[in-house]
Design a protein around this ligand. Structure first.
Ligand SMILES: [Fe+2]
Ligand SMILES: [Fe+2]
Length: 198
């Protein structure tokens, strides 16, 4: 008996061809620039990985401020999970991580979260806050690029974004309870200033 022809039985990628992916072809057919997307994902993965590293350092300088240290630890581990979540997706899209970790760190989409010269708890929390804000901008861009076209990457980016927004909220709450900070007074920080902190 002849096999019935089904709508999605065949496509551009020929049966048995392992050099191409239908998972990529379908994104291109929907207007996703896959090359641009995977490069952005590599940059974003670099930011997650370096942030995880720098948070490891920053956390050590929060010793004695155990509440802050614990929250820094939660953010640190979640950023590592973000790196691990997005990395297989890069390979699915035909990309790969740089073989040299120095190249990977250099192309991270966010600046290094260096320990401040004067590592006070407030100074460290400000570094953490700005790292989270960069992550929110990064993952929002990935959501914009994939919404309605690449449900798999969108789902991952959206889940990461939700945690980054949560991280920003944690550090705002902590900073708000410590204040005042010279940089807030100088208007360098975009947090709405609170009169009782000035
Ligand atoms: Fe993250
Ligand atoms: Fe984060």
């Amino acid at each position: 008996m002849a096999t019935k022809v089904k709508k999605h039985m065949t496509g551009k990628v020929k049966p048995g061809d392992v050099t191409q992916r239908v998972g990529v072809e379908q994104l291109e057919a929907r207007g996703v620039n896959v090359t641009e997307l995977r490069e952005k994902l590599i940059d974003a993965a670099g930011a997650e990985f370096t942030t995880y590293y720098y948070y490891t350092v920053l956390r050590m300088y929060l010793a004695g401020n155990e509440d802050y240290k614990e929250i820094c630890e939660d953010a640190r581990l979640e950023d590592r999970a973000h790196f691990e979540l997005i990395t297989p997706r890069i390979y699915e899209l035909g990309g790969s991580l740089p073989t040299d970790i120095r190249d990977f760190a250099d192309r991270a989409s966010c600046a290094d979260a260096y320990l401040p010269q004067n590592p006070t708890a407030a100074g460290i929390l400000e570094i953490l806050l700005e790292a989270e804000r960069c992550a929110i901008r990064t993952w929002s861009e990935v959501c914009d690029l994939t919404f309605g076209k690449d449900p798999r990457t969108y789902d991952m980016a959206s889940r990461i974004l939700q945690e980054e927004v949560e991280h920003e909220a944690w550090f705002i709450e902590l900073l708000s309870s410590i204040g005042p900070f010279p940089s807030w007074r100088a208007g360098r920080c975009s947090i709405q200033q609170k009169p009782w902190l000035l």
